[in-house]
Design a binder for this molecule. Structure first.
Ligand code: 5GP
Ligand code: MG
Ligand code: MG
Length: 178
């Protein structure tokens, strides 16, 4: 294991099983809907790729890029759109796919924006949930795992753009990011 890592939280096998479960649930819930799956870059790209292959329905795939923490591992509540959607959300059932929810500011902001743009419904699929550090009230409709308030990397999640390619999910040693 890489020296910067503290502990492996979820193995490849655990991740695969959980994504399958979520995909089944989503397939069931969106049977008669107009599903538009929106991944938030970059962190969601691996979860997104795995998840859409477990959804047995016709759907649109898109990505949006918003400003993120950068180096200092802290959210300030401000969200800037760096890359917007390719299609209109109007009348569509939007499923926002995130790697991890922390304060909740990012998703809350995007949800409000999609509703203003006329989406029929907006739901969230987040692979990881740092529930203790939530700053806004929100329901996470499809959730992989709850995690402690540590810094997490792997399966798409980075620290300074590194570690995204780890096939498992791990915590980073405090001395690396503090
Ligand atoms: P929120 O707006 O919910 O505070 O921010 C969520 C975003 O912050 C995530 O999509 C992710 O990009 C980043 N983030 C929050 N916690 C972590 C973490 O433990 N590790 C990594 N790599 N990113 C995180
Ligand atoms: Mg993210
Ligand atoms: Mg990041």
């Amino acid at each position: 294991m890489n020296k910067a890592l503290k502990e492996i939280l979820f193995s490849e096998e655990e991740i695969r099983a959980k994504v399958k479960e979520l995909g089944k649930e989503i397939t069931h819930d969106y049977m008669d809907k107009d599903l538009y799956v929106v991944g938030i870059l970059k962190g969601s790209f691996i979860f997104m790729a795995d998840l859409v292959r477990e959804i047995s329905l016709p759907l649109l795939v898109d990505f949006m890029s918003v400003s993120s923490y950068g180096r200092n591992a802290k959210s300030n509540g401000e969200v800037k759109i760096l890359k917007d959607l390719d299609f209109s959300v109007e009348g569509r059932d939007v499923l926002i796919v995130e790697d991890i929810i922390d304060s909740g500011y990012t998703l809350k902001y995007i949800e409000q924006m999609f509703k203003t743009r006329g989406a029929n419904s907006v739901k969230f699929a987040a692979f990881l949930d740092k529930k203790e550090s939530r700053k806004v009230e929100m329901e996470v409709h499809y959730k992989g795992y709850e995690v402690p308030n540590d810094f997490i990397v792997g399966y798409g999640l980075d620290y300074s753009e590194e570690y995204r390619n780890l096939p498992y999910i791990a915590t980073l040693k405090e001395e690396v990011y503090k």
